[in-house]
Ligand binder design. Sequence first.
Ligand code: MV4
Length: 447
Amino acid sequence: MFNKILIANRGEVALRILRACRDMGIRTVSVHSTADHDAMHVRLADESVCIGPPPARDSYLNNAAIIAAAMITNADAIHPGYGFLSENADFAQMVEEHGIAFIGPSPDHIRTMGDKIAAKRAAAGAGLPGVPGSDGAVEGAAEALETAKRIGFPVLVKAAAGGGGKGMKVARDAQGLAEAMRLARTEAQAAFGDGKLYLEKYLDHPRHIEVQILADHHGAVVHLGERDCSLQRRHQKLLEEAPSPALDAAARQRIGAQAAEAIRRLGYRSAGTLEFLWADGVFHFIEMNTRLQVEHPVTEEVSGIDIVCEQIRIAAGQPLGLGQADLRLSGHAIECRINAEDPVSFAPSPGQVGRYHPPGGPGVRVDSGLFAGCEVPPYYDSLVAKLIVHGADRGECIMRLRRALAEFVIDGIKTTLPLHARLLADPHFVAGDYDIHWLEHFVERAG
Ligand code: MV4
């Protein structure tokens, strides 16, 4: 096992990794920008290294500074968390070239899954069909039109380097397609420096279902069931739950088994997530995330598995201590993402926190780096806390979540807590009756 892990991240996920390290008796090194000098992830670590000024590109994205920090502190592994360098194949490779373990999959797997066309091809080859569409990249308008006529309008133009919705355009007819191609190409080129595009049939009202996987270096693969991540606005998830209210036991079993088998065939090793769109009783693979995800706690709550500890053990070469038959998913879990934002306009709301009182009681977990008097800097993602609640079933989970939301006090900054309270009172949400577009309409109705 590793002696010392450097955590190349900040905020709640840095704390989450610190806690896993403590539970495993592994020493920790935090890195931080000058804006995070007094942050909780710095206070709780055994050692810390300042890696640069506030802008992320000069600190949390500064791979040379991070690797130098690992070298001088004698860390034998780096955990990248999520965001920042977590899906940067060049960083993972550089870490390994310095004799330090990267807690994640191989650079090759990160690279393949980072190219959405390559990912789709690899997944299809491993038994996970995607949405019907172009066979790889589409070059020009004529080729795009040919594909669109084959699969039928509406179609969705997607960027190979995309993900998170950037460079994505819907086209409803031939004229719209030419325009969508131009816009998507320009946007993708500007955002990623790569204008490569592909085409898919546009699914109108799917749900976003993802399957959590653990795979070790000895051929063992397990899935930990699915999460429903359909409740999002502008590609920012607001609330996730496990299991999905949309799936029955047969569909759940089918996608879990298919996902695990695909991971086995891909030779993937680490924690990872396969993303699907679920429409009309069919799963379509769309992307794979090769990192620990923000919403991993809902899976931890229903499976009893510590995903971060398992991810660290896998990276250290240890075998998964369990098989699929040892796993029992039980009850229901929901995560509310609490952002330092205005709950109506979503304008960022950084600043100093006043009173801070997290909720407690049966079934309640709070993952957060907040404390009374802390500063929420304006430079980074606005996620400041995650409230994760578990119950014997979805009904109990919702009752406990309402209780926890009512107890939660974060003064001094605006947060999305009131939006969650409103959502938890909505009959459609309570019925589990929503798709990927539903939240946008709910938010528009806000007063
Ligand atoms: C789609 C789709 C409909 N049809 N693909 C959005 C981000 C990227 N990860 C994939 N996305 C979508 N791909 C086809 N063929 C709709 C979306 C989509 C979406 C997907 C998941 C969660 C939220 C979403 C919000 C808008 C659009």
